[in-house]
Design a protein around this ligand. Structure first.
Ligand SMILES: NC(=O)c1ccc[n+]([C@@H]2O[C@H](COP(=O)([O-])OP(=O)(O)OC[C@H]3O[C@@H](n4cnc5c(N)ncnc54)[C@H](OP(=O)(O)O)[C@@H]3O)[C@@H](O)[C@H]2O)c1
Length: 259
């Protein structure tokens, strides 16, 4: 991993979905930068594996926090747990990355109310609830980075609910940037296809109706993204050095939406 200086040494960061994919890659970069990193997810097994992988990769210790972002009580408990780990009554959260998310390839004709809830509760409500729980610790100055998607800014085939959920994250980012200025900066990063477990599941669910090579062919850069490439952008956006950016929607998509 190329080590860059994002200026996050000594800062406290919480990453939802930090146990896998893009969130895990963000955790690695922030740890390597000297931040104290908390990774949140539902699966303790995945959490422990992620902490071990991060230790091996960076030599530093992340802390796994069990949290289902769809539950307000869980989100509040997660923040309380971080407070215990930080060990000071006046602790602050400097960086919140909302990366927890789920994808479902499904046309509207097939959607049930449960399918709707599965996507929207995690991608939208989860982002709202974790941010709400974190805010009291961030008013002194902090940075929120939401992970949206190219699907939130342009339409994608076969996933209207996912597109709607990510469009909501783009709108939420802009709205919160207004409400929380000047103390908290809020931005979102919009990746296109990235090689993560989410994408692997997407290919399985698509029953081999398309392949990774088919996906790559759509990109001006000739390939899909790597998690660490998205993580680099997230850390750059979150960095305190990036002090004049808020309400921005940052595309990282190999040129997919350039045309
Ligand atoms: N990969 C792509 O091609 C791509 C493209 C554009 C945008 N994105 C977005 O990027 C974000 C990260 O995706 P990824 O590819 O890194 O996915 P991933 O590898 O599947 O990781 C998703 C993470 O979210 C956590 N998570 C899921 N539901 C949760 C819940 N209810 N509460 C707490 N944590 C939850 C998972 O842990 P548990 O399951 O253990 O909870 C896991 O840590 C998502 O928001 C996704 O929509 C991905």
């Amino acid at each position: 991993m190329t080590k860059l200086n994002y200026g996050c040494q000594g800062l406290t960061a919480l990453i939802s979905g930090g146990t896998s994919g893009i969130g895990l890659a963000v955790a690695a970069k922030l740890l390597a930068d000297g931040a104290r990193v908390y990774i949140a997810g539902r699966s303790q097994r995945r959490g422990e594996q992620a902490v071990a992988a991060l230790r091996q990769q960076t030599g530093a210790e992340a802390v796994y926090i069990g949290c289902d972002v769809r539950s307000a009580a869980d989100c509040r408990r997660a923040l309380a747990e971080i407070g215990v780990c930080e060990g000071r009554a006046d602790w602050t959260l400097d960086i919140l990355v909302n990366s927890a998310g789920v994808y479902r390839e499904q046309r509207l004709e097939q959607m049930s109310e449960a399918d709707y809830a599965e996507i929207m509760d995690c991608n939208v409500k989860g982002t709202l609830l974790l941010t709400q729980a974190a805010l009291p610790r961030m008013y002194g100055g902090g940075s929120i980075v939401n992970i949206a998607s190219d699907a939130g800014v342009s339409g994608n085939y076969g996933c209207p609910v996912y597109c709607a959920s990510k469009g909501a994250i783009v709108a939420l980012t802009r709205a919160l940037a207004l409400d929380l200025a000047p103390s908290v900066r809020v931005n979102c990063v919009c990746p296109a296809d990235v090689d993560t477990p989410l994408l692997a599941r997407q290919l399985v669910d698509a029953d081999e109706s398309y392949t990774l090579a088919d996906m790559a062919a759509a990109y001006p850069l000739g390939r899909i993204g790597r998690a660490e490439e998205i993580a680099h952008t997230v850390c750059s956006v979150a960095s305190p050095a990036n002090s004049f950016m808020t309400g921005s929607v940052v595309t990282v998509d190999g040129g997919l939406t350039a045309g």
